[in-house]
Write a protein that binds this ligand. Structure first.
Ligand code: AMP
Ligand code: FE
Ligand code: FE
Ligand code: ZN
Length: 283
């Protein structure tokens, strides 16, 4: 039965509430799904309730936005203790910085006559959500400026855009240490997806491995065949496991639940390495 360890809800930039993501996982025939919203644990409670109701396994996780000298790195953290103060403080700082960063991007765009307002973006994102560029995209779709999130990202929201503003993000080696200190298991998301923007060199992954990185998400739709092979070879050399996952965002992206999967023995290893007391919710 398939295991998919990367999915987003409307607690960040997915379009379905966390309980619905879990229900969608059951409907897609998954055995286990991980909820990994950007920089927040906000979806966990309703996801746990839904997992028991619909009978699907649930791994509680988070995808931490990191920055290595300006290069974006995403770190998946499974079964972390949400009360661990070091990691919680970093996530809080990132979420707060994301709010003012979205405001600044929107102000720049509005100044150029692009139809978008801060109020509209906040309303579309909803209360307590980790704000991001996808919510600006939703506002641009609502005002008819673009037809889809994809179109917005190909244009005004792309990394090199004149409207782009960065936000606070911890460095990935520090983040790996914080995840281990929180009893969780760190896995680098889509490590070599160069189509998304710049990616880090192997030596940064080596540094992360020395700090406690457990695995690489090799099988991901944003990897070419060569990028996947690169991840698999590097993982083997560094003694890391590999995962495969969908990076589901509901209607916000093409990614479908279960399109890439992780083996049962890797899930068992994740459970065995976690020391937080946060367990896999069993169906
Ligand atoms: P941010 O973290 O605010 O800089 O925005 C990056 C987020 O936008 C990532 O989490 C992606 O999931 C999402 N994203 C990137 N490209 C696209 C796209 N083409 N369509 C929809 N969402 C995207
Ligand atoms: Fe996302
Ligand atoms: Fe990511
Ligand atoms: Zn993701």
């Amino acid at each position: 039965m398939p295991i998919d360890l990367h999915a987003h809800s409307s607690a960040s930039d997915g379009t379905e509430p966390a309980a619905q993501v879990v229900a969608s996982a059951a409907r897609a025939g998954l055995d286990v799904v991980a909820l990994t919203d950007h920089d927040t644990y906000a979806g966990w409670t309703s996801a746990v309730r839904a997992a028991r109701e619909v009978g699907v396994g649930l791994v509680r996780g988070v995808e931490i936005s990191c920055s290595y000298h300006g290069v974006s790195v995403h770190l998946l953290a499974y079964l972390v203790d949400p009360e661990s103060p070091g990691l919680a403080a970093e996530l809080h700082k990132a979420r707060r910085s994301r709010v003012s960063r979205v405001d600044r991007m929107v102000e720049r765009m509005a100044a150029d006559g692009i139809p978008v307002t801060v109020e509209q973006v906040r309303r579309l994102a909803g209360e307590g959500t980790t704000m991001g560029r996808p919510h600006i995209a939703d506002a641009l779709v609502a005002s008819g400026y673009v037809a889809t999130r994809d179109e917005a990202f190909a244009d005004v929201l792309r990394n090199g855009s004149r409207y782009y503003v960065s936000h606070y993000a911890p460095d990935p080696v520090t983040a790996v240490r914080l995840v281990r200190a929180a009893g969780g298991v760190p896995v680098m998301a889509h490590p070599f997806a160069n189509g998304r923007g710049w990616t880090v060199e192997d030596r940064v992954v080596e540094e992360m491995a020395l700090a406690g990185l457990a695995g690489l998400e090799a099988r991901h739709r944003d990897h070419t065949q060569l990028e996947r092979l690169h991840a698999e070879e590097l993982a083997a050399r560094l003694g890391l496991f590999t995962t495969g996952s969908s990076d589901y965002h509901g209607a916000g992206k093409q990614n479908r639940l279960g399109e890439n999967t992780t083996t049962r023995d890797v899930l068992e290893q994740i459970e065995a390495e976690a020391t937080s007391g946060v367990d896999v919710v069993r169906a």
